[in-house]
Design a protein around this ligand. Structure first.
Ligand code: LMR
Length: 336
């Protein structure tokens, strides 16, 4: 009896010693920084990844989500990721040009996608993967593409025809293709961080901007812009990225679980994106703060004709072959 008690005490002590290092280990922390609010497609995708990653690793991984530029603004967040100060981001695909990966700006070509399905042929196919692979040499690993939606134009005057935008200062993301797109209609592109747009609109530093409905609504741009034109002239989506060294250094079992969590969070983010944008339009409409303008097919055709000129101009920057490969996949015809 006494012996058994001693044995079980010893076994208990061994078990405790073995368990201790695991229990005492601090969780692996993933800082996930992004620039939109939590109630956007990207914000909800990031929160879903956090939930799944923490649940499935039983707390061995802790994901800290920092939304709405609370940690870093656009350009700074990419630098922070490369330095290892944050481990995960989901910048819009328009934001890799300044990092030297100009090919990503192909996504910014106006009218290149007619539908989300066309865009998915790229992001869920070999072309999308080949683009993500280009980030490797920058110390970045591309994990997934997340959807947002089509861009609309907002301004303090009604934009119905390309000539209406002439001479207006329009905020754009940092992309040479977007610069060329704005110049093709004689607007004056102003590169600016996302978090600064509201104030720039309020103070008249810019006259307008282009963005998705969910971004316009959650950043309250509609409260400081008189008009919103439903133009669908371009697209904003995201590349979810991590610091490659960090990811490769994770224990293999954890990395496997996180890959699965990312796959499922991606499905979630992409499933809700369209509804988020539809709901945002409803919210903007209900607010009554901005006048929503729709375009007739003839007006749409005019914008397209004017803006598509920028495709040719950008061949040298993003690659003529890449543009052709996009055309082939999406069925885009520059002459139509
Ligand atoms: C923008 O800067 O307008 C967007 O990239 C913001 C975002 O992340 O959706």
């Amino acid at each position: 009896m006494k012996q058994r008690t001693l044995l079980s005490t010893l076994l208990g002590a061994v078990a405790l010693t073995l368990a201790l290092p695991v229990a005492a280990q601090a969780p692996i922390v993933i800082k996930f920084s992004h620039v939109t609010t939590s109630d956007t497609p990207k914000g909800k995708g990031a929160d879903q990844f956090k939930k799944l990653a923490e649940e499935r690793t039983g707390g061995r991984v802790k994901v800290e989500v920092y939304p709405n530029s609370s940690l870093y603004k656009d350009k700074e967040e990419l630098e922070a990721l490369q330095l290892g100060a944050v481990q995960m981001l989901a910048p819009s695909v328009s934001k890799f040009g300044p990092l030297g990966v100009r090919e990503f700006e192909v996504f910014d070509l106006p009218y290149i996608f007619d539908s989300i399905e066309e865009m998915h042929r790229i992001t869920q196919g070999p072309l999308g993967q080949a683009l993500l692979n280009k980030l490797d040499v920058r110390g970045i690993l591309g994990l997934a593409y997340w959807d947002n939606g089509f861009k609309q134009m907002s301004a303090n005057k009604p934009l119905k025809k390309p000539d209406d935008i002439r001479g207006l200062k329009l905020r754009i993301q940092s992309s040479k293709v977007l610069e060329a797109q704005m110049r093709s209609v004689n607007a004056l592109p102003q590169v600016m961080a996302f978090s600064e747009v509201y104030q720039a609109m309020q103070t008249g530093v810019v006259d307008g901007s282009e963005n998705t409905l969910s971004n316009i609504y959650t950043q309250k741009h509609h409260e400081v812009q008189k008009y919103l034109t439903l133009s669908d002239h371009g697209y904003i989506g995201y590349a979810v990225i991590t610091n490659k060294k960090f990811w490769d250094g994770l224990p293999a079992d954890i990395r496997g679980i996180l890959d699965g969590a990312m796959k499922d969070a991606t499905k979630h983010a992409n499933d809700i994106a369209k509804k988020e944008n539809d709901d945002a339009l409803e919210g903007i409409r209900k607010s009554g703060k901005t006048q929503i303008l729709t375009l007739t097919p003839a007006e749409k055709a005019e914008w397209k004709k004017a803006m598509v000129k920028s495709h040719r101009q950008m061949e040298e920057r993003v690659g003529a072959d890449l543009i052709k490969a996009f055309y082939k996949e999406t069925g885009f015809d520059p002459n139509k």
